[in-house]
Ligand binder design. Structure first.
Ligand SMILES: Cc1cc2nc3c(=O)[nH]c(=O)nc-3n(C[C@H](O)[C@H](O)[C@H](O)COP(=O)(O)OP(=O)(O)OC[C@H]3O[C@@H](n4cnc5c(N)ncnc54)[C@H](O)[C@@H]3O)c2cc1C
Length: 501
């Protein structure tokens, strides 16, 4: 039997700057494979829009690999069964992949694969995809490690892969999955080629207006890099973006680089504690919220009666992407005003994002729900956000056409119109607010504050901080944290993301 290595593509769907690919080729021929796992795609956080993006990226990768000798092999099923099958036909020496910090499903699957590989005496080597580190970690030196890794040279794509005789397999048809029917017509298309085009467009045309437009729901759609899905599916490496940004010495590129740090900072938390996907950072916040499927549905469809909030949700439903501030506002509303568990709303949001990245996503969901105990809590007011970022209501009118004829001065709060209940307006079929905003905000704030006063709260918070907190700013010690934290105390500043690099 022929000796081979498997190059297991996961969320690193590219040939350039892919260390696992380069290393796998060093000592023998390889089988480059992607496995479509039905069980993974069945999870609530996954959706058709993500699969379409992934599929486009697989086609692009298959073409790129074919050009250098061996097209991508696609298999459908359970990873161990497929590896087992391959090991019956070839003398499987090694498995090479990137080190994945995915959701709990992939965490458990990888543990099983490791067990299987060691039983079969097959080496599994994993390489860094981002600057996220495994094993015992000293958070104090994390930034230095991050920078050192990011400044490593970019790896070239291999010039040749020897072909191996094997059926390359087909990408499964869409009806193989059980996704609910949806259209996401505005989404970006997957694949490295499209990612590179987007990256060039951003750096050549949009970097200048990046910081200015970042929170505007309308302008950010063009002015933000929107490279997140290409990073999440690995069509482009983080280092490639960092490298491009480093060539430009100005404030906006510095700001972009700081966001790339945050990207890994959040994923690192999930790497250090995989349970964060469903378990609160601080245990005192467990089970404080109540399931409400009616609220969840109205929120998810953009039918809460708060025009700006609904406009953001509907644009997300159409585009599969939304800027940071608007994501935070949607999450905050679900957690504080509707008081529904962040695990429920977080799963719904995840499935809408084509850039779903578990490490960033679940951390952000918890941060915007006040359950970390180490971040400043912010309850977003959707009316104020609308007035600040869509003063004339253009964005609202685009996404909530039922109310496009409402006068400018009432577009954010139509219920204040004297004749709101008249047929002219009730005919618009736009819902009345489903909750009382100021009342629910007050109740939520009180509930969260009461929890912080329970005995032992701050001791646990300190532990959370020591394990996960960023060491860059001194927010926690100076303002919030009554317990003295005595290693250079620095907290997470979620809204001012501009770290000095
Ligand atoms: C509730 C909630 C859920 C989120 N879920 C995800 C998710 O599943 N996947 C995801 O990639 N981002 C997520 N984010 C973070 C952020 O909103 C997106 O990374 C950003 O909007 C992507 O757009 P962009 O590529 O244009 O970002 P840019 O502003 O151009 O930034 C470049 C890159 O930096 C990283 N980045 C930017 N902002 C952040 C941030 N606040 N935290 C961590 N990394 C950041 C991303 O990788 C991004 O692609 C979430 C934010 C919130 C509030």
């Amino acid at each position: 039997m022929k000796d081979i290595n498997i190059l297991w593509f996961k969320r690193d769907l590219r040939v350039k700057d892919n260390e696992a690919l380069v290393e796998s080729l060093k000592d023998r021929d390889i089988l480059p494979i992607y496995i479509v796992e039905k069980e993974l795609w069945k999870q609530k956080t996954y959706s058709d829009r993500q699969w379409q993006f992934c599929k486009e990226s697989l086609i692009d990768l298959r073409n790129s690999l074919e050009k250098i000798g061996q097209p991508l092999i696609i298999r459908t099923g359970k990873v161990i069964e497929i590896f087992d099958e391959i090991s019956n036909k070839f003398n499987l020496k090694g498995i090479y992949s990137h080190q994945e910090t995915g959701d709990y499903f992939t965490y458990k699957r990888d543990k099983e694969v490791r067990k299987w590989a060691s039983m079969k005496k097959i080496i599994w080597k994993e390489y860094l995809q981002f600057s996220v580190f495994r094993g015992n970690l000293d958070r104090n030196n994390w930034s230095k490690k991050w920078k050192k890794n990011m400044e490593k040279k970019l790896l070239l794509e291999p010039s040749n892969i020897n072909p191996i005789e094997i059926d390359t397999g087909a990408i499964p048809p869409d009806n193989f999955f059980c996704f609910k029917d949806e259209l996401c017509e505005g989404r970006l298309k997957g694949g490295r080629e499209n990612g590179l085009k987007r990256m060039d467009y951003f750096f050549s045309k949009k970097l200048n207006s990046y910081s200015k437009d970042i929170s505007s729901p309308e302008k950010s759609f063009d002015s933000c890099s929107r490279l997140s899905p290409y990073l999440s599916w690995g069509c482009i490496s983080l280092k490639e973006i960092f490298y491009k940004a480093s060539l430009i010495k100005e404030t906006n590129s510095k700001m972009l680089k700081s966001r790339l740090t945050w990207h890994c900072h959040f994923i690192q938390k999930l790497e250090s504690e995989p349970e964060l996907e469903f378990k609160e950072f601080h245990p005192y916040f467990q089970k404080i919220r109540k399931k409400d499927n009616d609220f969840l549905k109205l929120w998810s469809e953009g039918k809460t009666g708060f025009p700006f909030l609904d406009a953001c949700m509907r644009s997300l439903n159409f585009n599969g992407w939304l800027n940071f501030r608007m994501r935070a506002m949607l999450m905050s509303f679900a957690s504080y005003n509707l008081w529904i568990p962040w695990q429920d709303s977080g799963s719904v949001l995840a499935s809408k994002f084509i850039d779903y990245e578990p490490g960033i996503h679940w951390n952000q969901c918890q941060m915007q729900s006040g359950t970390t105990s180490i971040n400043t809590n912010r309850i977003y007011n959707p009316i104020k956000q609308g007035k600040d970022h869509d003063p004339k209501g253009n964005f609202i009118r685009k996404w909530v056409p039922e109310i496009k004829h409402y006068p400018d001065n009432f577009i954010h709060e139509p219920w204040l119109m004297e004749n709101f209940n008249s047929t002219e307006y009730s005919n618009s079929k736009y819902a009345k607010p489903i909750i009382d905003l100021s009342k629910t905000t007050k109740i939520a704030r009180k509930k969260i504050q009461e929890i912080t006063q329970i005995d032992g709260y701050w001791d646990i918070s300190k532990e959370v901080y020591l394990k996960h907190g960023s060491r860059r700013t001194s927010l926690i010690k100076k303002k919030n944290h009554p317990k003295k934290i005595n290693i250079k105390p620095k907290g997470d500043l979620q809204y001012e993301l501009n770290l000095e690099l």
